[in-house]
Write a protein that binds this ligand. Structure first.
Ligand code: GLY
Length: 334
């Protein structure tokens, strides 16, 4: 194997090797010209939690689960439940904006460190769909349940039915109906889906993603959030990625899976997120002015990345005992 390739593979597989030279020379090339390559141990950053948008309480909750020795899957589930219960947030869980007929329908998925996956799509009347997704993963032979089937399954597991349409969301929907012409709102600035990735002290990774989807969507519309490789993907050997924003664009490029595969090929999480956004905005004739997509990613070493099409995407990051909201870099600088 060429030395260049060995270094790349070793670094990605977590051996902690880094090249100090910018130009690595293969073994076939002359010893005289060979540059020095140092092998040092880099301590991975663990535990770590990263989540889309300004979600400090959700991230703190997940971090506390990890600090108390809880599982990484519990961490992302508990973190996401905070936003699902937050009635002020109008894009996740209770309080989420409804579809154009006034029904709040929720989507969620979860992945554990073994690569198992569970999802629910288009669920009415159940707030904590992230926990229902986990039950699908753990207690059924399936990976996805939709609509009434998912709701019935949730109730059979002890989840309570409740009205998810808050007064605030109802008022917003009634206002939208006056002038909307029944077009969904594609919002480039505000809080949207929560996607969360966490690594525990052993280096195991899990992820979760939950949303009420596009505001005033057509009844039955589902975006990227509950779809494996779209809104979320985790590979415990490599890292994880999650998406927010216009799900149709994420799905057309299988964004989260793409990011993890790019990291497998040696890209940093930041480079991988930027390339995934590039796959959307660089399509010939693509008019990306009026929609937003944002990605977060983490690799096995605890390096993170975030990138969006437009300004105003941010993410919360817990590492080395600190939980901070950070602005993401973005593509559209004009
Ligand atoms: N990213 C959320 C959705 O498009 O449904």
């Amino acid at each position: 194997m060429k030395r260049r390739n060995f270094i790349k593979k070793a670094s990605v597989s977590g051996l902690g090797l880094v090249a100090v030279s910018s130009t690595l020379i293969s073994c076939e090339e002359t010893k005289k010209d060979e540059k020095v390559v140092a092998a040092v141990n880099i301590k991975p950053i663990r535990p770590l939690v990263i989540a889309t948008w300004n979600t400090p309480l959700a991230v703190e909750t997940a971090a506390k689960v990890l600090e108390k020795g809880g599982s990484v899957l519990d961490a992302v589930e508990q973190g996401c439940r905070i936003e699902e219960a937050n009635e002020e947030g109008m894009s996740v869980g209770k309080g989420g904006l409804p579809d154009r007929d006034g029904d709040v329908t929720l989507d969620a998925c979860i992945m554990n460190e073994k690569g198992d996956y569970g999802a629910v799509l288009g669920v009415k009347n159940i707030k904590h769909v992230i926990s229902v997704a986990r039950k699908v993963m753990e207690d059924t032979p399936h990976v996805m349940l939709v609509a009434e089937g998912a709701e019935q399954f949730a109730v059979s597991k002890g989840f309570k039915r409740e009205n998810l349409l808050t007064e605030k969301a109802k008022k917003a929907w009634e206002k939208w109906k006056i002038t909307s012409e029944y077009k969904p709102i594609i919002n480039i600035e505000n809080h949207d889906t929560i996607g969360m990735l966490a690594i525990d002290k052993n280096g195991d990774i899990s992820g979760a993603c939950t949303t009420s989807g596009l505001a005033y969507k057509m009844a039955g519309r589902v975006g990227d959030s509950p779809i494996i490789g779209g809104g979320l993907f985790v590979d415990n050997e490599i890292g994880g990625a999650s998406a927010t924003g216009l799900g149709e664009e994420v799905l057309k490029t299988v964004g989260s899976f793409l990011i993890v595969e790019l990291m497998r090929q040696g890209k940093t999480p930041q480079q991988a997120c930027e390339e995934a956004i590039g796959r959307i905005v660089n399509k010939p004739g693509k008019d990306f002015k009026n929609f937003q997509v944002g990605y977060i990613a983490v690799n096995k070493q605890g390096e993170t990345g975030a990138y969006s099409i437009h300004e105003h995407f941010s993410y919360n990051l817990f590492k080395e005992g600190e939980n901070k909201n950070m602005p993401s870099d973005f593509f559209n600088k004009v």
